[in-house]
Design a protein around this ligand. Sequence first.
Ligand SMILES: Nc1ncnc2c1ncn2[C@@H]1O[C@H](COP(=O)(O)OP(=O)(O)OP(=O)(O)O)[C@@H](O)[C@H]1O
Ligand SMILES: [Mg+2]
Length: 326
Amino acid sequence: MEPLQKHVRQPSEVDIPFPRRICYIHHAMDDRKIFVNNLSEALPYLQAFRGKTLVIKYGGAAMVQEEARDAFIQDIVLLRTVGIKPVVVHGGGPMITEMLKKVGKTTEFIEGLRVTDRETVDITEMVLAGVLNKGIVAAINRAGGLAVGISGKDGNLVEAVKHQPSRPGKDDSEIIEKLDIGYVGEVKKINPGVLTSLDEAGFVPVVAPLGVGSEGETYNINADTVAGALAGALKAEKLILMTDTPGILRDPKDSASLISQIDFDEVTELTQRGVIAGGMIPKTLACLDALENGCRTCHIIDGRIPHSALLEIFSKEGIGTLIKGR
Ligand SMILES: Nc1ncnc2c1ncn2[C@@H]1O[C@H](COP(=O)(O)OP(=O)(O)OP(=O)(O)O)[C@@H](O)[C@H]1O
Ligand SMILES: [Mg+2]
């Protein structure tokens, strides 16, 4: 036990009656002991991940709820301070929808994808690479970090091609109908040079999920997909996808049905059975893509929990769903 005289008296303690003050001091020491124990428990992870790249997709509630947002920003600064290299990829769907509404454009979705005409992709770029990207950068810098915001167009980071989803033709015929949903892209190639340069110069890259086509045109790409492709290209230690559920659920309506660990084959099976659906599909595909290209582990975690990224990185149990490679 620490000697009592080491405790620095706080102004608020002055009026506390003597016996209660003793009690307060013991509580304070207990708290500090827990803190020190936790810190030393994190040591193996600090050692293992020092110098390693973590790609983190930041989206959903963590971008909106104040407490979760502030905690995330602090986590990024902390990671970089202890020598871990975070690369942030952010989403922003709800804010794009809001801005489109403000300018009187309605949003149409086909097969879960936003139909993106020229005007829509321009607004998407303004929101993603402008307001949102620079807001995250400013918040990290204000918290003591050093971030630089780019989009997938900078340094040709994300080369893209038009995404043309297909659906079976009418009347169950064999003909597959290709859908034209405009400037929605898929990743063709990642050129990670710009990220390497930023890293060498000590910056935290914050990436808006846009891609550039062969004619210089802009494509909007799902942020999970971009994060997965970057994690593979960088051979990241971890890909962490933050979302608004505890992770992959065995029953999407039951938040207690979290699958804490899953492999390739089970992901495929649950997708075929329709258990993994909607916005969870690009996440699992991003994880599979990242793992196949050399990322070590992938995690889908609950971004609503403040400091969820640190809980994943620095605790033995981790949180959310761990997706392992073959
Ligand atoms: N098996 C499943 N387990 C958990 N969530 C699932 C499952 N299947 C489908 N989902 C859905 O996937 C959603 C997560 O994807 P979604 O695209 O909505 O969010 P996000 O990617 O975190 O945010 P954003 O797209 O705005 O960046 C969940 O809210 C849930 O409705
Ligand atoms: Mg999504």
